[in-house]
Design a protein around this ligand. Structure first.
Ligand code: IVH
Length: 687
């Protein structure tokens, strides 16, 4: 191809891919399969890497991220980003309407109602039709330049064709869909990481990440609701919204023009009911005066426009009685107080328990056992107590005395400087900590010893066959065959159990097999506080061996990309305990992998793609196939979600998987199609 032809090809592919992206993400339509899309994207990537000077600024390849920004630059907003005044009742809205009427000196005006999206405000600057910058609200006067992260949001156009001026600004709200948030949290919990609080905080944290490819993987979305330029191009807000829609911006189809306050109230009532059906969290309604001339006439106060106001929905809450407080001890010894509630129905489910987080929270609420409390379900998964009705408090009620001893082992609790959580320091002797650590060690993402469950482990512990997970590797057939132990059920009944010969063999086999588990998963399995799966992978990749990690200084650990002080301190503290070093030494001499294996024949043909593999194959064993994918940089997921790119389907695959993949529009590859995918990629690499 001549330079000119390459240029032309890059342009065609760029525009074609942008068109399909728009169709897919904003109109939920596709004219080509995901596979064809990926092929075209790869073709473009290849051309761009061979001819970097020909890459277009609006190339869809910037959507996948890959840039690292250490410090975001501060940018001054051309037009200040103000906030809205809040109202909480229809009376307050009537007052607002009276002010508008007075200010305009006429009754002849319209409102335009939109939902108030609960996300993170963003300002997008377009120059010559091209997205130039994405900036956070910051303090309203200046914000952070997060352009690279913003470009990963698929619904934000990188280029528009019908710009009215050389330069304009669009504002809106970046958010994470509720479904994706739930999925992300489920995955985190599975991987032993702390769940994220709510979609808004997650969005805000994601937008500030340094690595834009992580931002891309979070699949953020954005609704736009403001257009600004120097020419005052439109007569009404409604016209500007229609322009944004035509230009390809993502505008929520929930807006409505209202000719009276009555219509505004109807709109609020309708969406107060229906907002739960939306994928975006909303916390109210924004009421804007529609005419731009009217808006100018009304102007601004120091902080807010006089032509717009927000109405906040009341959070769904219920009132119930706090029966008691219980305390849970996690595997790291962290104590969590839990409110035991009189069951109450709230937003679709019956709530019996609510987290009280820590002692500070109990103090902040001033709550006492027996109190009538209000429970709310916000964006959080676990309901929370938001208030206490002290007028209903019994005369003899007494303040809560936070426990000072571990509810499980009676050890004096500790609370470090600056930490909200109390901890039980008896790591070696406190039963839920001992059991929790072993359960974590054998879990799927760690050593994956499937034949062991909490019951058997409790049995081993009660018979003193093991004291920690390293002892699992010293168990013998004679010790566990026919082992009899007692188990206390939740209702207090004691049940006798015994291990049969076959089970004993299976247990020993799977313990043996776990010695093949790669180092990063062993490291994760150790259960070092704050070292989740991803952190373990990063550490393994950087330090390569367990000895390098345990000898690393605090400074050497924080020097690893995205590893902060808290993690480094925790690693240092883990390895400063001789007992932990003994355990690690024991695992090492049992033959577990303590060194990172560089993957043989590795490549990155499947980088960035997530596969689910199911069924049986002619040419591969299932595990081999999975390893092949991983060796080429692909990811394996156990279940199908919107994050899955391909389902590789062998014979005898269950119908449920197929149906799920079809319903999510995920490409299904049979063995041949999978081979072809690899083949195409190989050609691409060797060309
Ligand atoms: S219009 C002068 N419309 O609410 C302010 N804001 O308190 C014009 N928000 O910073 C803002 N949904 O982050 C507007 N449909 C909507 C909105 C909305 C959410 C947020 C936005 C803004 C804050 C104002």
């Amino acid at each position: 191809m001549s330079q000119e032809q390459v240029k032309e090809k890059i342009k065609t592919l760029t525009e074609e891919l942008n068109y399909h992206n728009h169709l897919y993400y904003q109109k939920s339509q596709s004219e080509i399969s995901d596979y064809e899309f990926d092929q075209k994207l790869k073709e473009l990537e290849k051309l761009e890497s061979d001819y970097p000077e020909l890459k277009l600024p609006y190339s869809p390849t910037s959507r996948v991220g890959g840039t690292i920004t250490k410090d975001f630059e501060t940018v001054v907003h051309k037009y200040r980003m103000l906030s809205l005044g809040n109202t909480y009742s229809f009376e307050e809205l009537e007052d607002f309407d009276t002010r508008v009427k007075k200010g305009l000196g006429t009754e002849n005006y319209e409102y335009f109602c939109e939902l108030k999206f609960d996300g993170v405000a963003i300002s997008l600057i377009y120059e010559n039709g091209m997205l130039k910058r994405g900036v956070t609200r910051g303090d309203g006067t200046k914000g952070d330049d997060i352009t690279n992260n913003v470009k990963t949001i698929k619904t934000i156009p990188l280029k528009i064709d019908n710009a009215l001026t050389d330069s304009f600004e669009v504002r809106g709200e970046v958010f994470m869909a509720k479904g994706l948030f739930t999925e992300l949290n489920e995955e985190r919990v599975k991987e032993g990481e702390i769940p994220l609080a709510n979609p808004r905080n997650t969005t805000s944290g994601t937008l500030k990440m340094q690595d834009s490819s992580v931002v891309a993987s979070r699949k953020l979305n954005c609704y736009l609701y403001t257009y600004l330029d120097d020419n005052e191009s439109f007569e009404t807000h409604e016209e500007s919204i229609h322009f944004l829609e035509k230009a390809g911006f993502n505008v929520s189809q929930t807006y409505q023009r209202c000719n009276s306050l009555k219509e505004v109230f109807d709109y609020i009532n309708k969406w107060d009911e229906e907002r739960h059906t939306l994928q975006v969290e909303t916390d109210g309604v924004v009421i804007k005066v529609n005419s731009i001339d009217h808006q100018s006439e009304l102007g601004f106060t120091a902080k807010n426009p006089r032509w717009a106001i927000s109405y906040k929905f009341k959070a769904e809450s219920a009132s119930t009685r706090l029966r008691d407080i219980s305390y849970q001890v996690g595997r790291t010894g962290a104590i969590t107080p839990v409110a035991e509630l009189e069951p109450v129905f709230l937003a679709g489910t019956t709530v019996k328990r609510a987290s009280l987080h820590n002692a500070n929270e109990i103090e902040r609420l001033g709550v006492q056992v027996g109190d009538t409390v209000s429970v709310e379900k916000g964006g959080e998964i676990i309901p929370k107590i938001t208030g206490v009705d002290k007028s209903k408090r019994a005369h003899d009620s007494v303040p809560i005395q936070y426990i000072d001893r571990c509810p499980e082992c009676e050890t004096q609790l500790v609370r470090s400087e600056g930490e909200a959580q109390h901890y039980c320091p008896n790591t070696e002797g406190c039963p839920p900590q001992v059991l929790g650590r072993i359960e974590h060690f054998i879990s799927r993402n760690a050593l994956n010893i499937e034949t062991l469950g909490p019951r058997t482990i409790k049995g081993f512990l009660s018979k003193n066959l093991i004291a920690d997970y390293s002892d699992l590797y010293h168990l013998t057939f004679d010790q566990i065959n026919n082992l009899q132990f007692e188990e206390r059920e939740e209702d207090g009944d004691v049940v006798k159990r015994s291990i049969k010969e076959k089970t004993a063999n299976n247990i020993l086999d799977s313990i043996e097999k776990s010695k093949e588990i790669p180092f990063e998963r062993v490291l994760f399995g150790l259960g070092i506080r704050y070292v989740g799966k991803t952190v373990a992978e990063k550490l393994a990749e950087h330090f390569k061996t367990i000895d390098q990690i345990r000898n690393a200084s605090f400074d050497e650990i924080v020097a690893v990309h995205e590893i902060g002080d808290r993690i480094a301190e925790s690693i240092r503290s883990y390895f400063s305990n001789p007992k932990n070093n003994e355990i690690v030494d024991s695992l090492k001499s049992s033959g577990l992998k303590m060194v990172l294996e560089e993957r043989a024949g590795a490549g990155d043909q499947l980088k960035g793609l997530t596969f689910v593999v199911s069924g049986v194959f002619d040419g591969y064993g299932r595990e081999d196939l999975k390893n092949l994918i991983k060796n080429q940089g692909g990811k394996i997921a156990s279940s199908i979600s919107s994050k899955t790119n391909y389902l590789v389907a062998g014979a005898n695959m269950g119908p449920a998987k197929k149906e799920k993949a079809e319903s999510l529009g995920i490409d299904i590859l049979d063995e041949d199609a999978f081979n072809q995918l690899l083949e195409n990629d190989k050609n691409r690499i060797t060309e």
